[in-house]
Design a protein around this ligand. Structure first.
Ligand SMILES: Cc1cc2nc3c(=O)[nH]c(=O)nc-3n(C[C@H](O)[C@H](O)[C@H](O)COP(=O)(O)O)c2cc1C
Length: 435
């Protein structure tokens, strides 16, 4: 056990003093969130063929609910069948809304029962764009061809027309309405990790209404937010997970300019001018009450997106450099738009120091929330154990990349190391023994 030597007593509960910034409640819209821990969206690829949460989905969220995060951000959920990233990705529609309602209720009840409060529940709405694989085979729907990602261009037929993009706005509205019906507190209009809305942010050379200028590249994103807001009641939260920086050179990455130089590891130095402008607009024009900041692309530059303790990551850069880059992105946006609560990503790599680092970061006002992804898979109780001074090193996420390998192998994703009874058999079958 990693014990804390001193503790602070408040309302008869003792917490390690260093963790106090995380225990401070925060208002999001009209809701009060009891602490600053946010469980990031973590796809398990374990829904039913129809897109409803499956048994393993429910198991994952019950574990998350008991973990005590103030915000549970439910994973990527497709707005259309062809927008699914895998045949078991969640998909919200009239036929699955009751199953989503049961999931939301189960999370609330479990958290209330275990922790005495209900977490803020956000549902991430996605169009997987170039990473769409609804039948298990790539079926990309792209904003533009990108020679950095494919040496052979994707067929022109897969480039979504302006009319096709326009028609998606209404789908985000419909999905937001269903999410409210299902009992979520809010939706995330996902614009990260180079899925469709994120890819559009860097469509500098696309002709027409969705490419070129900042206004055009952000058009679908802003209109999807508007459609979602118009479809729900005033209390319902419309938020977003936004890539502030993609990590690719201009004209193929958001958050860089034609003048951006490379850093010591050959990665373009971020230019946050447009991300700050967007965050300011989200705050002032769209009254967004919370923004979840991330960077990179899990398929092409995973070292930027989720630093890992792997030889592949170390061959590019020390993972600590990646952690610094990803949390710095959130700090820049938070400093530039202080009234908009920002969630930072990328703490899991820090393992035994992750909670302390998050507390210092939040305490210094660098962001309002600390998001945890892989750690929540491996050790959903890490925060409660840290508060009790009983963080267990043998349960920590190792940032070993095995959860991502499961996902890439097209099977269910979880932690084969720390949740081995469930996920190691899948890892052996689909990753280790793959022929
Ligand atoms: C298996 C797996 C599934 C993920 N699913 C999602 C998802 O559904 N939506 C999303 O925005 N990010 C997703 N992510 C990214 C995480 O939310 C998070 O940004 C990333 O793991 C870095 O945070 P961490 O260091 O705390 O893990 C996923 C990552 C992994 C490894």
């Amino acid at each position: 056990m990693v014990s804390q030597s001193t503790s602070f007593t408040s309302s008869n509960i003792s917490y390690p003093p260093t963790l106090l910034p995380l225990q401070s409640p925060h208002r999001i819209g009209r809701k009060i969130v009891p602490n600053r821990i946010l469980f990031q969206p973590m796809e398990g690829c374990d829904g039913t063929a129809e897109g409803a949460p499956g048994e393993l989905t429910l198991r994952r969220y019950l574990r998350f609910a008991e973990g005590g995060a103030g915000v549970v951000w439910v994973e990527a959920t497709a707005i259309r069948p062809e927008a699914r990233a895998n045949p078991r990705q969640l998909w919200l529609h009239n036929g699955t809304v009751d199953a989503f309602a049961a999931l939301a209720m189960a999370i609330r009840v479990a958290c209330l029962h275990t922790n005495g409060y209900a977490p803020l529940l956000i549902l991430q709405l996605t169009h997987s764009g170039r990473y769409s694989k609804p039948q298990g085979k790539p079926a990309p729907l792209i904003a533009y061809n990108n020679p950095l990602f494919e040496s052979t261009p994707i067929s022109e037929d897969c480039i979504l027309s302006d009319d096709q993009l326009k028609s998606l706005e209404e789908d985000f509205g419909t999905a937001a309405k269903l999410a409210e019906q299902a009992g979520f507190d809010g939706v995330d209009i996902k614009a990260c990790h180079r899925y469709l809305l994120s890819e559009l942010l860097s469509a500098y050379e696309r002709p027409g209404a969705y490419g070129g200028s900042f206004a055009n590249r952000t058009r679908l994103y802003r209109n999807a937010i508007t459609a979602a807001k118009a479809s729900v009641s005033g209390d319902f939260i419309v938020t977003s997970r936004l890539n502030a920086y993609d990590g690719f050179p201009y004209p193929y990455g958001f958050g860089v300019t034609a003048d951006s130089a490379d850093d010591a590891y050959g990665i373009p130095v971020p230019d946050y001018t447009e991300a700050i402008r967007l965050a300011q607009e989200l705050h002032t024009e769209y009254q967004m009450p919370l923004l979840n900041i991330t960077i990179g692309n899990p398929y092409v530059n995973p070292n930027v997106n989720r630093p890992a303790d792997t030889p592949q990551n170390r061959a590019i850069e020390p993972p600590q450099v990646g952690v610094e880059r990803i949390i710095h992105a959130a700090a820049v946006i938070q400093e530039s738009v202080p009234e908009l609560p920002i969630c930072a990503s990328g703490f899991s790599y820090l393992r035994g120091e992750a909670v302390n680092a998050a507390a210092a970061f939040i305490g210094a006002g660098k962001a309002a929330f600390a998001g945890f992804g892989r750690m929540a898979f491996a050790y959903p109780d890490f925060y409660k154990d840290a508060l009790a001074g009983e963080l267990n090193p043998s349960k920590l996420c190792l940032a070993c990349g095995k959860c991502s390998q499961l996902m890439r192998a097209g099977t269910v994703a979880g932690c084969p190391v720390r949740d081995s009874e469930i996920y190691m058999p899948y890892y052996k079958e689909h990753v280790l023994h793959r022929t």
